[in-house]
Design a protein around this ligand. Sequence first.
Ligand SMILES: Cc1cc2nc3c(=O)[nH]c(=O)nc-3n(C[C@H](O)[C@H](O)[C@H](O)COP(=O)(O)OP(=O)(O)OC[C@H]3O[C@@H](n4cnc5c(N)ncnc54)[C@H](O)[C@@H]3O)c2cc1C
Length: 241
Amino acid sequence: MRRLVWREAQLLASRAETATARTLVFEVPGWPGHLAGQHVDVRLTADDGYTAQRSYSLAGPADGDRIELTVETVTDGEVSPYLTEVMEAGDQVEIRGPVGGWFVWRPHDAAPVLLVAGGSGIVPLMAMIRARREAGSRTPFRLVYSLRDPARRYYADELRRPDPGLDVSYLYTRATPDGWRRAAGRVMLDDLAEGGWPAGFEPDCYVCGPTGFVEAAADLLLALGHAPEKIRTERFGPSGG
Ligand SMILES: Cc1cc2nc3c(=O)[nH]c(=O)nc-3n(C[C@H](O)[C@H](O)[C@H](O)COP(=O)(O)OP(=O)(O)OC[C@H]3O[C@@H](n4cnc5c(N)ncnc54)[C@H](O)[C@@H]3O)c2cc1C
């Protein structure tokens, strides 16, 4: 297995996705490339040598030495507020990766795809959507995106633009847009039955988000008859060390 090394990464630019989330564009000289769905470890080192590291999903397909991450600010968090609120273009962190070989989608994969995102769990799924578009793949994708309220939507403009073969449905857990046909509440069987594929189509299902969301959504997919080996999950629980 290839040994992962820490590489210097320089922040080139960042942009707001929501009031609490930012996409960060890094240049990582020597970056070996990655697959949609993989993540990296980010390490910060303080002046006194103290280090903290956390995992972040790659938000787009491989693009030379450039990678993009989208980070949600966790109030009182050690690492995320530094990345989203303190770092400026030119600043450096260390990045190690890519990590993960199971929660990935490759453009030659032909089975229909169901993506189920909870909150910032959209990040690696967006990498899959972008990889599909970039490759000109005709594999049909459906995305069910659960979020607290409409203002929390990442990549809002991009997901609004027509992308043939990609269907997107939203569900809101706390507050809906005016006149929304579904009441606010957690993901339910009907959300995945209507927004997803029949189990008989044997789609590849990718579920990502906070641990509770991932477990609930994976159980619903099993109840809908999807085979366990067709359900890949990624939990955004607290990470680090
Ligand atoms: C494989 C993987 C991929 C990930 N990808 C992303 C990503 O693309 N974007 C992203 O924003 N995050 C992602 N995360 C979560 C990320 O690694 C950190 O856990 C998160 O940024 C919080 O770190 P922190 O140092 O700011 O908070 P910490 O100092 O670690 O924690 C502060 C407090 O917040 C709680 N907390 C920690 N993490 C979370 C969380 N995720 N949600 C709610 N409360 C939390 C802790 O329990 C603690 O009470 C990923 C995690 C994993 C395991």
